[in-house]
Design a protein around this ligand. Structure first.
Ligand code: UDP
Length: 573
């Protein structure tokens, strides 16, 4: 079967994925890329005499990818079967409270980013600004000042890496530098390679609502260092997020409730986009099923091929477990914990495409039910596959100390099986909408390194011709504004179906995220897009609702905020 890829997919593959020789000339075709990945990942089979042979599995993996039903994360597509051989997208690196420790972490992060992996850090262990540095008898410059070193290193490394370095900075809500951390990204010249998230506890949120004073603790001594009003700190988080889109929140207690191996200590930070909470030195591989590839059309009705989706999910889980097996590791500490926990994150993309095919508006009760149903199917198939792999290959070595063992569940091969990633690049390769996001706009462009225009959705064009509204003036307007919500001459049903990210209310966004999170063992990457007119109170309500509905974190982005945006409506250029 010929490989069917869009023009955008082909140009993105050429830009970043296809192998090159020493002079930078491309030396493989798209088909060869998928064979390289399929064979390299299937090679893991040969380590397990009780399983099938690698040649047979390589063919299945090749078909799974080239039918665009599933793609692994970018580092796997670029590095599998090459000398780099590093296949993981997500890492968390510990940052200890010492100069040696901090610069060691900078070096480790640089090495990881060179291979296309993203890194997250908790800066909560660093002593606060003003605390004494014993060797120099001078006050410390504080946690936030050190994040700048990581940011600059990341920026420099970006030029020689397979993709720009992405980072997450996490700080606990009771760290004395939390206020400085909350406001850090207001300066657009700093921290361009970082997302910031405050790790908030349930106790903190209660104190914020009651506007109580709380103690801020010096991690070096474990003693109170300063006091703050939790209500004012929360106001500051809301205000900064409203203004610049950072910080996001991570809900500490909710995250720890799903900690598969609590004996290893708490999950301390997440990867750059927030979808994988991890232990220090831990990493996770990701891969996503493209829901668009499972849509079956009968007459003028569409269905999701649920059995097909689950069958692919089981094979995809095997693919991800193989990645843990064959990947190279940047550091022995990382290899040790990754092999002991074998965390993988299988997720979905093309969710908005599925809803459009089913004629269900994003954010409606029906869409929340679809999210629940689809992710439930993937989660169930992934757990089933992980249990079967445990029979074939043995459970993950930390299984006996995991909460699964404590609950008397059957052995499984992986400490976690599901995640929803942003799928920023792989959704372009697969030609579907990204992750579980609604359409960003009806037509838009990618800006930055990869420049591509996303044409109006084919279903919209079909609907417009059906009702006799397919005219050049309207199409031009769609390209300029990216939406049709304001066109009251178009049928209400159509305008509701094709609402874009900023036309969907924060509550609707969050209800979809929460429904998906119910069936995801790691976390869910999702941006709560707000229109420019949204108020601080909208942000506050979004934060509290995300917590109430059991999300593990929340990120808002108000239109027009200065954060480096990679998508842009054409009329806004
Ligand atoms: N990531 C990264 N740099 C990037 C994009 C992504 O390090 O430029 C990492 C990061 O950990 C992110 C994860 O890859 O959370 C998944 O991102 P995405 O799904 O967009 O990656 P894709 O596989 O589509 O490239």
């Amino acid at each position: 079967m010929p490989l069917e890829l869009s023009d955008s997919a082909r140009s993105l593959l050429r830009l970043r994925y296809l192998r090159r020789d020493e002079e930078g000339r491309i030396i493989e075709t798209e088909e060869e890329l998928f064979w390289r990945v399929a064979r390299a990942v299937a090679a893991a089979e040969d380590a397990f005499p009780r399983g099938p042979r690698s040649a047979e599995i390589a063919e299945k993996f090749y078909e799974l990818m080239t039918t665009l039903r599933f793609l692994p994360n970018t580092p796997a597509l670029i590095n599998a079967g090459t000398q780099l051989g590093q296949l993981f997208a997500c890492f968390v690196i510990p940052v200890p409270d010492s100069l040696d420790g901090i610069f060691g972490a900078v070096r480790d992060a640089a090495k990881i980013q060179q291979t296309g992996g993203g890194t997250g850090f908790s800066f909560s262990h660093l002593r606060p600004r003003g605390d004494l540095v014993r060797s120099t008898r001078r006050p410390s410059s504080g946690a936030v000042s050190f994040i700048r070193i990581f940011d600059v290193a990341s920026d420099v490394i970006a030029t020689e890496s397979v993709r720009g370095g992405a980072n997450m900075a996490v700080l606990r809500c009771d760290h004395p530098d939390v206020r400085e951390f909350i406001d850090a990204k207001r300066n657009p010249a700093l921290f361009s390679r970082f997302n910031f998230s405050v790790l908030v506890t349930d106790d903190f949120l209660r104190a914020a609502i009651e506007r109580r004073e709380i103690a801020l603790i010096n991690p070096r001594t474990g003693l109170p260092f300063a006091q703050a009003n939790a209500g004012e700190l929360f106001d500051a988080m809301v205000d900064a997020a409203w203004e610049v889109g950072d910080p996001g929140l991570l809900f500490y207690d909710r995250i720890q409730r799903d900690n598969a191996v609590p004996a290893l200590g708490p999950l301390e930070a997440t990867n750059p986009c927030g979808e994988v909470p991890l232990h220090p030195w831990e990493a996770c591989v990701l891969g996503s099923l493209n829901l668009r590839a499972f849509i079956v059309e009968r007459g003028d009705r569409a269905f999701l091929d649920e059995a097909g989706l689950q069958e692919s999910a089981r094979l995809a889980l095997r693919f991800l477990d193989n990645m843990v097996e064959v990947s190279r590791y940047p550091k022995v500490e990382i290899e040790t914990i990754c092999r002991a926990n074998r965390k993988v994150g299988l997720g979905i993309m093309g969710f908005a495409d599925l809803l459009l095919a089913l004629r269900i508006p994003y954010g409606s009760d029906e869409s929340v039910a679809v999210a629940d149903r689809v992710m439930g199917l993937v989660q169930a198939a992934a757990v089933e596959a992980s249990r079967r792999l445990a029979e074939e290959r043995g459970p993950f070595p930390n299984f006996p100390i995991s909460r699964y063992a404590a609950r008397g569940e059957p052995p499984r091969r992986n400490a976690t099986v599901t995640t929803v990633a942003p799928t920023g690049s792989i959704s372009i390769i697969a030609g579907c909408s990204s992750g579980i996001e609604p359409l960003y706009a009806l037509a838009y462009r990618h800006v930055g390194e990869f420049v591509g225009i996303v044409e109006p959705h084919p279903l919209l064009l079909r609907e417009l011709s059906r009702i006799g509204k397919y005219d050049p003036a309207l199409l031009h307007e769609i390209e300029v504004t990216g939406r049709i919500g304001h066109r009251t001459d178009l049928p209400e049903e159509l305008r509701r179906l094709f609402r874009v990210a900023t036309e969907i209310s924060p509550e609707e966004h969050i209800r979809v995220q929460a429904a998906v999170q119910r069936h995801v063992e790691n976390a869910v990457s999702k941006t709560i897009n707000l229109p420019y007119e949204a108020t601080r109170d909208d942000v506050r309500r979004a934060f509290l609702l995300a917590h109430e509905l059991g999300c593990k974190g929340v990120t808002v982005y108000r239109e027009g905020a200065p954060r480096g945006q990679v998508l842009q409506v054409l009329g806004h250029c």
